[in-house]
Design a protein around this ligand. Sequence first.
Ligand code: MN
Length: 135
Amino acid sequence: MPVIRAATRATRIAAPAQFTGAVFNDEVVAPTAPSRLRASVVSFAPGARTAWHAHPVGQTLYCLSGVGRVQFAGETVQDLHPGDTVVIPPDVRHWHGAAPDRLFSHLAMSETTADGGSTRWFEHVSDTEYAAPVR
Ligand code: MN
C-alpha cells in the first residue's frame, strides 16, 4: 500500500472565487477509480468561510480544531466544535467555515458522481448572512 508523504504535497490557498477570507487546503486523498472519494483538511482563518455550494453525492465534515459554523439554506446557523460530524445530504445548498474570532479546521470527505461531477458553487456568503444568530 502506498504511503503519500506529507512533504510531497504543499498546502494550497483556496480560490477566492469560492471562499471568503484565508482558507488553506491540505489534500488527504484524490479520487482514483474505482474509488470516488476525495478528502482534504481545510483550515479557515477567523471569519473565513466557503461560498454557498452543494455536493452531488453529499459531503461529510469531521471537525478537528477550533470553533466553526455551518448553515443549510433556510435554516439557522449552527456552531461546530472538535469531534462534531456534519452529514450534508446531496444537492443541499450550504456553507461552512470558522467562527468570527476563532480558527477552525475540518476533514472534508465527498464523492464525485459516476461521470465525475463534483461541487456546484453559488454566491458568496454575505457579511449579513454570516453575522446571523447562531443556534
Ligand atoms: Mn460543503
